[in-house]
Design a protein around this ligand. Structure first.
Ligand code: NAD
Ligand code: IPM
Ligand code: MN
Length: 369
């Protein structure tokens, strides 16, 4: 099979720790399933700052653009927290999203059966939960101008961010969400605050227009983002696909993560537009960050990173079978009772990152024997 070009960016904190477990799976696939990946590793975030002085060096952006898919760890940490704003490690991921045009971030929040008791909610409210959040990631308040901390006429500092969405930006991410909804339960909930924000008014109008013109078969519901947070925390199973802008999508996906047991379980995919050549830039990363509070202790849950790799196989390489194999392996390990600290509950066996990763690998071996 043709080489599959993969760029790995472990980043900071627990990023490199959980990425190591994915490397093991990649090596195993090389050996056992004859899939040849052409793996390159690059620097991003604080690690890149230390090595090159930039949180996202040009070489990293170029390597990401050249790769067929990027597997990203996480960036940030206390070591770099006092740096000027334009040197923060977080710019690493923001620049990659922007420069590669990765506008549609898919964040599944799935409650695996063995983890129903690890949820922040009662098991009966979340058992079987399967939500897909589609978050816009190249626009909105994350990038709008003007922004910054300015001094006003009274000599007082004012912090400014600007929420801007054009109708084209809204329409293209809406289409991604509608397409996904069409393959699931044909129900889409679009969130904004059209009651107070002009960008929200436009968001609601454009999503409605795209739906009416192109997706009459998908049932569209508009919901204010604050209400959506409340509904997610009380009756999450009413949702199937949720579409939101950059900021609301970020916040609601962390909330959805708590419903599934832990941030440490959740993968994501961020996709660009399909180019005329057929190529589509894509980056895969866990929803969680660099978890400075547990970094270096060997206790981080590697599942989100491993499941991000499974998403990569499915969406960028069309390797559905291998993706499913990995997902099944993770679920079997959890069903067998192994738990990292973040998903621990009584009667289970607490293990660290490496034991968890090795257990997934052993399951993979069994499943493919
Ligand atoms: P975080 O996601 O790093 O951690 C939040 C909590 O979840 C912590 O208690 C952490 O220990 C726990 N947690 C996260 N991942 C875990 C895992 N795999 N296993 C077990 N527990 C896990 O969020 P934060 O603390 O708000 O941010 C820390 C740093 O990460 C900040 O610098 C932030 O900007 C950055 N961050 C980066 C990304 C990214 O790279 N995509 C995402 C979110 C936050
Ligand atoms: C995420 C993170 C990032 C975001 C930060 C690290 C820039 O929270 O990927 O969810 O806000 O998009
Ligand atoms: Mn986030």
């Amino acid at each position: 099979p043709a080489n599959k070009k993969l760029l790995i960016l472990p980043g900071d904190g627990i990023g490199p720790e959980v990425m190591r477990e994915v490397r093991r799976i990649i090596d195993w696939m090389d050996r056992r399933r004859s899939v040849t990946f052409e793996v390159k590793e690059g620097v991003v975030g604080g690690a890149a700052l230390d090595a090159t002085g930039s949180p996202c060096p040009d070489e990293t952006v170029a390597a990401a653009a050249e790769a067929d898919a990027v597997l990203f760890g996480s960036v940030g940490g206390p070591k770099w927290d006092s740096l000027p704003f334009d040197q923060r490690p977080e710019l690493g991921i923001l620049r990659l999203r922007k420069d590669l045009g990765l506008f549609a971030n898919l964040r599944p929040a799935v409650v695996l059966d063995p983890l129903a008791d690890a949820s922040a909610l009662r098991p009966e409210l979340v058992r079987g939960l399967d939500i897909m959040i589609v978050r816009e990631t190249t626009g909105g308040i994350y990038f709008g101008e003007p922004r910054g901390i300015h001094v006003n006429e009274q000599g007082r500092r004012v912090g400014i961010d600007t929420e801007i969405y054009s109708e084209d930006e809204i329409a293209r991410v809406a289409r991604v969400a509608f397409d996904i909804a069409r393959k699931r339960s044909r129900k889409l909930t679009s969130v904004e605050k059209a009651n107070v924000m002009q960008s929200g008014r436009l968001w609601r109008a454009v999503v409605g227009e795209v739906g009416a013109a192109e997706y009459p078969d998908v049932e569209l519901q508009h919901m204010y983002a604050d209400n959506c947070a409340m509904q997610l925390a009380s009756r999450p199973k009413q949702f199937d696909v949720i579409l939101g802008g950059n900021l609301f999508g970020d916040v609601l996906s962390d909330l959805a993560a708590a419903l599934t047991g832990s941030l440490g379980m959740l993968p994501s995919a961020t996709l660009g537009a399909v180019q005329p050549s057929g190529k589509r830039h894509a980056l895969y990363e866990p929803i969680h960050g660099s978890a400075p509070d547990i970094a270096g202790k060997g206790v981080a849950n590697p599942c989100a990173q491993i499941l991000s790799f499974a998403m990569l196989l499915r969406l960028s390489f069309g390797m559905d079978e291998d993706a499913k194999l990995i997902e099944t392996a993770v679920e079997k390990v959890l069903a067998g009772g192994l738990r990292t600290a973040d998903i621990m509950s009584t009667g289970r066996a607490r293990v660290g990152t490496t034991v968890m990763g090795e257990a997934v690998l052993r399951e993979l071996e069994k499943l493919s024997a």
